[in-house]
Design a protein around this ligand. Structure first.
Ligand SMILES: Cc1ncc(COP(=O)(O)O)c(C=O)c1O
Length: 455
């Protein structure tokens, strides 16, 4: 039991008072929530003392692992110095400004500015407005519509959920809002049919061109996509996809937005996902790995093309959040980036632990239950299949994924399930032995689920 928060009836208190995100509360209250009390390295510990290897880095975010004293110290120092100040009225604080310099220095020459937010969702809201402001400022106010993707995820605010292409989110709250339309996703396993992955990658990329034609190029502001779809199930696009998207956006004068909220800060073995795929976005929302989740902070990387107009032509951009550039969150993020640099975590993912993970995770494809086991950097997706030879899916995908996830949990490994795909995204500091342990428990979970289903 936690010494700091001693009540032993926390689950009952939680059931009585706490509404959880993305949760069926009746079911959760009946089952009781798991209370996570402590974290160390890649492990978390619940209130019963059970230890789990966190194969999901919290929610794709704890890149440097849990329990880093350096961050706690940096936060305490900043809190004692200046616990809060805003960035609205001609002010800033030292860590906020230094973070702006540091984060843009990692994003390549096209990005020299960042607009801070409190979260990834807010970062997506920010570019949606900024893109329209930009087009209006350059005399193209009719360029307003945004093209996004089915099964994309860009957050839970009204704009974020509208930009996302999750049907189950659109069904609640009358979404998407007007001015946002969706095209297909590069999900070859599920939707590629008889095409090769390369052919399918080109085909779905060209849906962008078709949609631009349908809407009229003069009406389209931007296209947004995650470099690798995360919440949809770690869907790694075929190699043909991104170059074609980049080409189309440039040819049609459409802004490209790569949502880096998951892929940023080393997860794919580069500082940002767009660098891995060699594309040139105009905006890049960031969050999560920016502070490794130690404190909430997000931002929007703004390319010079946009920033020059915003600074030179627009005047006030009437947008911002109380916690934009929060000094304590910025101090945590600065220290986090220092650790990522000093420990060469990005290079480690690219050259060492990423390839090792690919080998171990990829080997899970041998299992009768697994249709495909893909990874990129330290992001893995495992497609469960009823018949792997014919790429036949299970009738109740959610139940299958949940079954494997629960067996993994029971055996001490946190994986996430999205329908019939298992998702992994461990901290970037994970060791070779811990990757072995992840693969070992994942296999146990697959075996146990297979036995339960097939007897
Ligand atoms: C790609 C992507 N964009 C945006 C978000 C939203 O970020 P937040 O939950 O910080 O608002 C997420 C969250 O998972 C995400 O995965």
């Amino acid at each position: 039991m936690s010494d700091t928060y001693p009540p032993s009836n926390l689950a009952a208190i939680d059931a009585a008072h706490h509404l959880h995100p993305f949760s069926d509360m009746k079911k959760l209250n009946a089952e009781g929530t798991r209370i996570i009390e402590r974290g160390e390295g890649v492990h978390i510990f619940d209130s019963n003392g059970k230890k789990y290897l966190d194969g999901f880095a919290g929610l794709w975010c704890v890149n440097i692992g849990y329990g880093r004293r350096e961050i706690a110290d940096a936060v305490a120092r900043q809190m004692n110095e200046l616990a809060y100040y805003n960035t609205f009225f001609g002010t800033t604080s030292p860590p906020t400004t230094l973070l702006a310099q540091k984060v843009t220095s990692k994003a390549g020459p096209r990005f020299n500015h960042v607009f801070f937010t409190g979260s990834g969702s807010e970062a997506n809201d920010t570019w949606l407005r900024m893109a329209r402001v930009y087009w209006a400022a350059v005399g193209r106010p009719e360029k307003k519509t945004v093209i996004a993707r089915r099964n994309g995820y860009h957050g839970s605010t009204v704009a974020g959920a509208s930009l996302g292409g999750m049907k189950y989110m659109h069904e609640q709250g009358d979404l998407p809002i007007p001015g946002i339309v969706h095209i297909g996703q590069p999900y070859w396993y599920g939707e590629g049919g008889d095409l090769s992955p390369a052919e399918f990658g080109l085909k779905v990329a060209r849906e962008l061109e078709e949609k631009i034609d349908e809407l009229g190029e003069d009406n389209v502001a931007a296209f947004v996509a995650e470099p690798v779809q995360g919440a949809a199930g770690v869907i790694i696009p075929p190699a043909t996809y991104w170059p074609e998207i980049d080409r189309i956006c440039k040819a049609r004068n459409i802004l490209l937005v790569t949502d880096e909220v998951i892929c940023g800060f080393g997860r794919l073995g580069e500082w940002f996902g767009h660098q891995h795929f060699g594309v040139e976005p105009d905006f890049a929302p960031i969050a999560k790995g920016l502070s490794s989740g130690y404190l909430p902070i997000g931002g929007l990387l703004v390319s010079d093309r946009i920033a020059d107009v915003l600074i030179g032509e627009v005047g006030d951009f009437n947008h911002g959040f109380t916690y934009s550039g929060h000094p304590v969150c910025a101090a945590a993020a600065l220290e986090n980036l220092r650790i990522i640099e000093e420990e060469k975590l990005v290079e480690r993912v690219r050259d060492d632990i990423g390839p090792y993970f690919a080998q171990k995770w990829g080997a899970l494809a041998e299992h009768d239950f697994v249709g495909e086991a893909q990874s990129i950097g330290l992001m893995g997706g495992l497609q469960l299949a009823a018949d792997k030879k014919t790429r036949t899916r299970f009738e109740k995908p959610d139940a299958i994924g949940a079954l494997v996830r629960n067996h993994a949990l029971a055996n001490g490994l946190v994986l996430r399930a999205t329908g019939d795909r298992m998702l992994a995204s461990p901290p970037l500091v994970i060791s070779h032995e811990e990757v072995d342990e992840m693969a070992r428990i994942a296999r146990i979970a697959l075996d146990a689920a297979w036995k339960e289903l097939r007897g």
